[in-house]
Design a protein around this ligand. Sequence first.
Ligand code: ADP
Length: 744
Amino acid sequence: MSAVLTNVDSPVRMGILTSGGDAQGMNAAVRAVTRTALKTGAEVYAIYEGYQGMIDGGDGIRRLDWDDVGSILHKGGTVIGTFRSTDFRERSGRLRAARNLLAIGIDRLVVIGGDGSLSGLDVFREEWPSLLADLVASGELDQATADAHPHLMFAGLVGSIDNDLVGTDMTIGADTALHRIVDAVDALVSTAASHHRCFVVEVMGRHCGYLALMSAIAGACDYVLVPEQPPEEGWEQRMCTELARGRSAGRRHSIVVVAEGATDRQGRPITAQDIADVIQRTLHEDTRVTILGHIQRGGTPSAYDRWASTWLGYEAAQEVLTATPGQTGPVIGFRGNRVTRVPLMEAVAATRRVPSLIAEGRYDEAMDLRGPSFARDMETFRELSEPSRVEPGSDAKRIGIIHVGGLAPGMNAADWAAVRLGISRGMTMVGIRNGFPGLIEGDVVDLGWSDVEGWADSGGCDLGIRRTVPTVEMLYGVSRQLESHRIDALLVTGGWNAYQAAHLLHRERDRYPAFRIPIVCVPATIDNNLPGSELAIGADTALNTVVDAIDRIKLSASATTRSFVVETMGRYCGYLALMGGLAGGAERVYLHETPTHLSDLAADVAWLQKSFAAGRRLFLAVRNERASENYTTDFLAALLNEEAQGRYDVRTQVIGHVQQGGTPTPFDRLLAVRLVSYALRELETRLTSGSDESSYVGLVRSAVRSSPLSHMAEEVDPTYRRPRQQWWMDLRAVLAAVSDSDLV
Ligand code: ADP
């Protein structure tokens, strides 16, 4: 037997571990937990290979320094390893784990894992006092040590690509997995279309259809099978009818997405091969199966999984360090774009209820536990994917679609959604090319279901976009064209100028009867500077471009000692700069919202000199393009260069217009679908009631909402063209906690 363990007066020490299935973004969380805790003076220990590291002790538990978690933000998987520990399922294993933790004085834990890992944590927490009592009784632990650490304090973070934890909107890894799947679906579409083929794609999700449904929407697929809603009898024939109808409506391919846990109503698994066989047999289509498997877990984390996991890690460290002994720790997750705390076992129990509800045939309740948007998204998918049976009547309302502002990735996805949803709701959708100048020239075309084929995954804006807000002289021409094309309502998609233009038409409706129509604006700009929406279509894609650029920049500098000043777009809105800096691992971010003074720059330079003298090899600053009129990117670079004292060289990188290009991310496609779907409902309601109200829609927390355009003036700062309140500004504190400053 080992000697009696004494550990009474240890400083605050916390452990961090990743357990169960790995998920992209776990590293960002490990880094944030570690750095946040180190900044408060606590000691942090990595527990390697999940719970097994606690049981093995020795090298399984190692102290982490600031630099130990450097250069891991961009890595997939988990650098501290994960494991499915059978020993931890036994009390004897947990007894050894408690002993090994107390040998170091650790009584605080952050666990990042799925519901299995979190229930393991709950068992450990509950048993802790009795484990200590056993250790004292067996003479392995002295009573004073047991008394000094009477409770285990903890926080759980959900690492799960399935996005299956009830009570939180997004789990660590789900967004990246969606990226992998949608990339694969996009790739399959091009080959499938070339051969008129059908593909059945199996994605992960034993009990959760999140990945399947979201990838089916974002990938513009034809059919989806999820565990929560097994198809009714006869689904095979119905599926084949839909696929055949899609083909006759002009699709060159069909894609069916199936979650790995999909079953029929008798609980019999429906595999990808089963589906392929049905299609082959019924439609005589060349049908192939693609099982994506572990690809979904792999690769570099998306921008979201980096900034969100960093934020969660920051909160988890705070939670654990300020916990009062005896208080039960929470699971920390996201709800409505904000951090939320859910009681540990409540979240796990609700998550585990889903498979039972499915087994009992209580499908609606299972769907409800996925949150209100899941059932709505399922319905929207049906509308999008089923070529409409509705032949618009001669009295169908004609909805004009127009774009104003700068280009944002996801605009085509918004138009694809508008046309398909509009048609399926009995409207006639009218494309207005090239913004208001195009409208004045009469460049207007009716759009059919198949005219938008292939738009969901394409960047750019096929209808064309102009920045022009109509001048007084143009208003007559605009009104003439709206009348001659019998436009009953307008869907205006774009940025700040789109909102200005819509507001102008609305204000002028007394003078121009053609403007007495309902108008709804949909936010689409990479600047993310619009009122009434926490995120605009395109911002997530642009952010991923920024983060990708930063990854490359960092690699390019890896063989030297270098300082980089990276400039992002955004006009006066610092969203891309701050979030890019957070997700890219920048040390400094310069924003227009928080003016930089000479004294700040002097402090930065002094710190930088000290830091490079102490061995730093790379410094990264991200600057918003309009952070300061005078302290420009070149000025900052010149300043850093002047003060380098030969310790480092300096480079600048203006990321530029690539931020407006590229294939829209899954999130931007989904956001486009949700916002457009809501906007069309608004137009429908107003057309029915004869209202000529105008509004803008947006995502606030997790709900889509609408505000009258007349509210815009109250919500925005017109000089700098951004909302007065910007939710993401809170993340400056997170950046400060995880970026190197005084810890040299
Ligand atoms: P996930 O965390 O991804 O759901 P698992 O369900 O495999 O993955 O759980 C991961 C690990 O968590 C298990 O291997 C085990 O070590 C621990 N664990 C899970 N459930 C329990 C439990 N009821 N009691 C103790 N440990 C558990």
